[in-house]
Design a binder for this molecule. Structure first.
Ligand code: NAD
Ligand code: 89Y
Length: 341
């Protein structure tokens, strides 16, 4: 049984704590938050014996195998480096960093320490998205030549996560990063990025609409579009809609988790609704089930000595797309990914 510690017990941490209860091969033995009240409340709710107000104290007092960092991006690098100095493996929430230099430094530090560093990039682990990835990887539509990943919503994310309204950057860094990662998982690595962004909501500081064209290294193209300013019915938060086309057919993940596979002259329509775990709440349940799946993947990789699919090193390639999209939107040009960082 691997022993884990949680760093950060804010808005999203309850999902991680619920998730860890279901994961085989790991248990959370301690948690910490700078806010003592939040830490105590989480420890009480999830029956965690050891509560700390400081991550270093937690790491010193307990013989942990790993930490799960559930804080926002500005604290990731110091906390990841602290954990690595204490010789533990790390799973860290997205966005991995505030900039490419910090992201690279964390990956290098993990390499030097000989520890596993995985980014909690969970959207590609949502069961409906995973089905699309598996169908494509199995060759069901042949080598894809086009993909669209789309996340359009008017859901109020700011009341739960007020910091999202305050940053200079918003939707690409917070949400588009997931869709970019899913499209990378489906279509492969990216050579160039072009993006157009705008802010519709006057009450926030960053962009809430982004349309991004990716040119993959294969020469094929994808579109990633995301919006938190979309008023439409049905409200699809937090679903990522996908269409992907190959020479042998097309796969579509539409609103309501309706998965349509048209290939080899046949059509199959599948209800790919995620399970509603006993602690989960609609509409967050697809994100919540993916938390359990990615945590189980992390523990599986630690047990087997395998490299996680969304390792820190892998995530550098997704993070570069975020950086390139912001440069493209600011400068009105197509940005080669190898010019980033
Ligand atoms: P939050 O601000 O509500 O919580 C973060 C907590 O970390 C706070 O309680 C804060 O006091 C604590 N903290 C900060 N620095 C600390 C330190 N040095 N030591 C100990 N505790 C510290 O944030 P949140 O909404 O829970 O989001 C956390 C992260 O999760 C963000 O990066 C966000 O993007 C991400 N997130 C991911 C998903 C997903 O589906 N993957 C969904 C929501 C949020
Ligand atoms: O922070 C975001 C995430 O990762 O998933 C949805 C979210 O909570 C709001 O955009």
């Amino acid at each position: 049984m691997l022993k884990g510690g949680i760093i950060g017990t804010g808005f999203f941490a309850g999902n991680h704590l619920n998730g860890w209860k279901a994961v085989e091969g790991a248990e959370i033995v301690a948690l910490c938050d700078l806010d003592a009240d939040k830490a105590k409340a989480a420890a009480g709710a999830f029956d965690i014996a050891h509560v700390h107000g400081d991550a270093e104290e937690m790491l010193t007092r307990h013989q942990l195998d790993f930490v799960d960092i559930i804080t926002t991006a500005p604290t990731h690098r110091p906390l990841v480096e602290l954990a690595l100095r204490h010789g533990v493996h790390v799973i860290c929430q997205k966005p991995f960093a505030e900039n490419m230099a910090d992201a690279r430094a964390m990956v290098e530090a993990a390499d030097r320490a000989g520890k596993t560093l995985m980014v909690h990039e969970n959207f590609r682990w949502q069961s409906a998205v995973r089905r699309v990835i598996e169908l494509v990887r199995a060759g069901r539509i042949g080598t894809p030549f086009f993909c669209r990943g789309s996340f359009r919503s008017g859901y109020d994310v700011f009341s739960g996560q007020p910091y999202l309204a305050e940053g200079k950057r918003f939707i690409i860094e917070d949400l588009g990063i997931h869709v970019l990662d899913v499209v990378r998982a489906l279509m492969g690595d990216v050579a160039r990025v072009s993006a157009v962004t705008t802010r519709v909501n006057p009450a926030i500081k960053g962009e809430d609409v982004a349309t991004i064209l990716l040119t993959h290294k294969s020469g094929m193209a994808s579109v990633v579009d995301c919006s938190y300013a979309t008023r439409r019915s049905p409200e699809t938060f937090p679903e990522t809609l996908i269409e992907i086309e190959g020479p042998e057919g097309t796969i579509r993940l539409d609103a309501g988790y309706r998965l349509t596979v048209q290939a080899g002259g046949e059509e199959e329509v599948i209800d790919a609704s995620p399970p509603l775990l006993d602690w989960a709440e609609r509409p967050w349940h697809n994100i919540q089930e993916s938390v359990v799946t990615i945590q189980q993947h992390f523990i599986h990789c630690l047990s087997e000595g395998a490299v996680p699919e969304t390792s820190g090193a892998d995530n550098l390639k997704t993070f570069a797309l975020v950086e390139a999209a912001y440069v493209s939107a600011a400068e009105g040009r197509s940005v080669p990914t190898d010019s980033i960082g």
